[in-house]
Design a protein around this ligand. Structure first.
Ligand code: GLP
Length: 240
């Protein structure tokens, strides 16, 4: 595991964007795995800037998102499809037909998602955030390392954190279930890039790097992968 510790979230986002851009420059037909949450927002802003400067094109890129809330329409402002359109896709030259996010309401078919990824050539580079409890995607503690894309229950902690960040603190608004790529789906990616910033992630980063590989900390599965880069700031890395 390659660990890059930087000063703050600005530097983390620059580094993450640079790694993603390099992937596209190496192969402009790359298949990217993308993440939502607050962590990747600045990274996406940097990608948009590079696109606007003419440094990269997404015209041939395909993307697969990790997860989606069960029950939220793609037009719902807190749905991950809406997030991706707003934070990235609407601002770049990607063909929206080449962007895939698990369906939250209509045409729900999580079991077909892994096959679709395979059919498109597999994920070249998967971007990940990190839950405070060590979840990746929506794979909460206790998830099997053999899991594929499926319907999942969100942990109480995740519902609380996401209600504060995205649902104006209204717990009742946060779906309790989601569709998420599984840990095995994530591990099938050729390269993985995890980003984390802020002290709330310090314990999970410590577990990722130092704890026994176990389903109690889903992120520890990444230690079984041979091409993982984690980019963190000083705060997230303060326990390692
Ligand atoms: C969310 C998402 C994850 C994300 C994580 C961290 O619930 N499902 O994909 O990585 O939790 O979120 P944030 O970046 O907002 O801290």
């Amino acid at each position: 595991m390659n660990i890059i510790k930087l000063k703050n979230e600005i530097e983390v986002a620059q580094k993450a964007a640079e790694i993603i851009e390099n992937q596209i420059k190496i192969n402009n037909f790359s298949v990217l795995g993308l993440a939502t949450g607050s962590s990747p927002i600045l990274t996406y802003e940097n990608l948009i800037k590079s696109y606007k400067k003419g440094e990269i094109s997404f015209a041939n890129v395909k993307t697969f998102n990790l997860d989606e809330y069960k029950g939220l329409q793609p037009t719902h402002p807190q749905s991950y499809r809406y997030f991706m359109n707003e934070k990235l896709f609407n601002h770049i030259d990607i063909n929206i037909k080449n962007t895939f996010v698990p369906e939250g309401v209509n045409n729900v078919n999580p079991e077909a998602y892994d096959q679709l990824i395979k059919d498109k050539g597999g994920i070249d580079l998967q971007l990940l955030g990190l839950g405070v409890n060590g979840h990746i995607g929506f794979n909460e503690p206790g998830t099997s390392f053999d899991s594929l894309t499926s319907e999942v229950d969100l942990a109480k902690e995740t519902i609380e954190v996401n209600s504060k960040k995205f649902f104006n603190g209204d717990l009742s608004e946060v779906p309790t279930k989601a569709y998420s790529m599984g840990l095995k789906s994530i591990m099938n990616s050729k390269k993985i890039l995890l980003i984390a910033t802020g002290s709330s992630k310090a314990e999970a980063i410590h577990a990722l790097v130092n704890s026994e590989i176990s389903e109690n900390w889903p992120c520890t599965v990444l230690r079984n992968h041979n091409n993982v880069t984690i980019v963190i700031d000083e705060e997230a890395g303060k326990l390692i």
